[in-house]
Unconditional design. Structure first.
Length: 343
């Protein structure tokens, strides 16, 4: 596994710059970066709409950023790397501007199986025809996995260097030399230090992205948040709870298939009722036992947490049934990968 290489930092001595000095240093560095959006920054009173791809290595915070930018959870998150497996589109409309964000899987470099080839194809497709790219890295970090993603990005498409998890950096002075190094790697249009969990940072990010949106009619209705179906959201929610409740014990190749998704009229105050049947697919009998848990306690908890979240997300009463099946080697089988919904 590639290791993270932390940028060098100033020595710990009384001469270390104070906060305002560091901010001045960063401001000076940012002035040297090309401002590709300035020509179109003035805009008109007409509508703006554009496609913004969110890319980066696995587990760098892309889905958390996506959910924050959209304003609602539409992309699953977990501590487990390689959680996102599909191109997920989320929309945010404010004022005259509509942002169409695309969350992508982390570019896979560790295993060359059919599943990972499918995920990488999704990443390449997402960055091929967009108006803006958000290249997400951990602030102060850059390793081989980051470099492989960066190598995929066209220098013709405006790209923001998004230094996420800034709240985890102990000393802002550490960022200045790292930023200088990053400027040599790619002609980034702008540098955006932030934390995806900070509401003010998200608002600032939207303001920056807005400059890059072309002047054109919106693609979606104002109240739409995603182009994904409720059935897809149900599958992803089950998979999120599966990974969160099994941790690193369960291989990332486990997946979820929705066998039934039926809607009925609700009763009383509930507008509708959803009946869902889901199959969790694992590769070994030992993994099946792990998912089920002692006396079925783990799969029961996965079902309960999924139901509670879906009822909130879909505004419906939810009944969900779950099974676990073993399908050895499915991640290396091109046909089965496609049958499970991967492109």
């Amino acid at each position: 596994m590639p290791t993270k290489n932390k940028a060098s930092s100033p020595a710990l001595d009384p001469e270390v710059p104070q906060e305002q000095d560091v901010d001045s240093m960063l401001a000076g560095l940012l002035k040297t970066m090309p401002r590709l959006a300035e020509a179109g920054a003035q805009g008109t009173a007409g509508q703006r709409c554009g496609l913004v791809a969110i890319v980066g290595k696995p587990n760098v915070g892309k889905s958390t950023l996506m959910n924050a930018l959209v304003g609602q959870k539409i992309s699953i998150t977990s501590r487990k790397a390689q959680t996102t497996r599909h191109r997920i589109t989320g929309m945010h409309t404010r004022g005259a501007s509509q942002f169409v964000f695309v969350d992508t899987p982390g570019f896979q470099t560790r295993h060359n199986n059919a599943l990972n080839r499918s995920l990488n194809k999704t990443v390449l497709g997402a960055v091929g025809d967009v108006d803006l790219i958000l290249f997400v890295v951990e602030a102060g970090m850059f390793n081989q996995a980051d470099a492989k993603v960066l190598a995929l990005l066209s220098k013709e498409v405006p790209t923001l260097l998004v230094a996420n998890k800034l709240d985890q950096v102990n000393r802002r002075a550490d960022i200045a030399p790292w930023l200088q190094e990053m400027q040599q790697r790619h002609p980034f249009a702008e540098f955006v230090p932030m934390s995806a969990k900070n509401a003010k940072d998200i608002e600032r990010m939207l303001g920056i992205c807005e400059k890059y949106l072309p002047e054109q009619a919106w693609w979606y209705a104002q109240d739409e948040l995603t182009d994904r179906s409720e059935k897809f959201l149900a599958s992803e929610t089950v998979r999120e709870k599966l990974f969160r409740l099994t941790g690193d014990e369960l291989p990332y190749t486990s997946t979820v298939v929705i066998d039934k998704f039926e809607e009925e009229a609700g009763r009383g105050k509930q507008k509708r009722l959803l009946r869902i049947a889901a199959t969790i697919v694992v590769e070994r009998d030992g993994h099946k036992a792990m998912v089920i848990g002692d006396k079925g306690e783990r799969i029961k908890r996965i079902g309960t947490e999924t139901r509670v979240e879906l009822e909130k997300l879909l505004d419906a009463k939810v009944f969900i049934e779950m099974w676990v099946k073993v399908r050895s080697g499915w991640a290396d089988d091109e046909a089965r990968v496609r049958s499970f919904g991967y492109e």
